[in-house]
Design a protein around this ligand. Structure first.
Ligand code: FES
Length: 139
């Protein structure tokens, strides 16, 4: 069965026909083209998919979209004008990913930590500073 969902995304009202089993993360990325939230762990641990639901940070990978009737979602795309947000978002995603990885594997190597960040990094820039941070963590 399909249902109709009405909710707000980055201040814009959306009406979507969907299967009740679809995740918010997939609706945002696949249906609405909002690719700021990333699929990392897929199990609510890494933060790569985080969005704000009624102002609260929430992992979109764990949330069924059908539960969002009448609610308000903000993705990173909708927060770009926040002065602080743009600069710290990448660092926060990276920090939360590294924290999760180190909790799971306290003896992780630099290579394993970089692998854990795979979903958070794009290819458009160098990551010298990040690699230095990773090297510090495994000392
Ligand atoms: Fe959702 Fe990691 S992909 S918390």
């Amino acid at each position: 069965p399909r249902m109709t969902l009405q909710f707000s995304v980055n201040g814009s009202e959306q009406t979507i026909e969907l299967s009740p089993t679809r995740r918010l993360l997939d609706i945002l990325r696949l249906d609405l083209g909002l690719t700021g939230p990333k699929e990392g762990c897929g199990i609510g641990r890494c933060g790569a998919c985080s969005v704000l639901v009624d102002g609260q940070s929430t992992p979109a990978c764990l949330l069924l979209a059908c539960l969002l009737q009448g609610r308000s979602v903000q993705t990173i795309e909708g927060l770009r004008n926040e002065p602080v947000f743009e600069r710290v978002t990448a660092a926060l995603v990276i920090a939360s990913t590294l924290t999760a990885e180190l909790r799971n594997n306290p003896a992780a190597t630099a290579q394993e930590l970089e692998q854990a960040l795979h979903g958070s990094l794009c290819r458009c820039t160098g990551y010298t500073g990040l690699r230095q941070a990773v090297a510090e963590l495994v000392k």
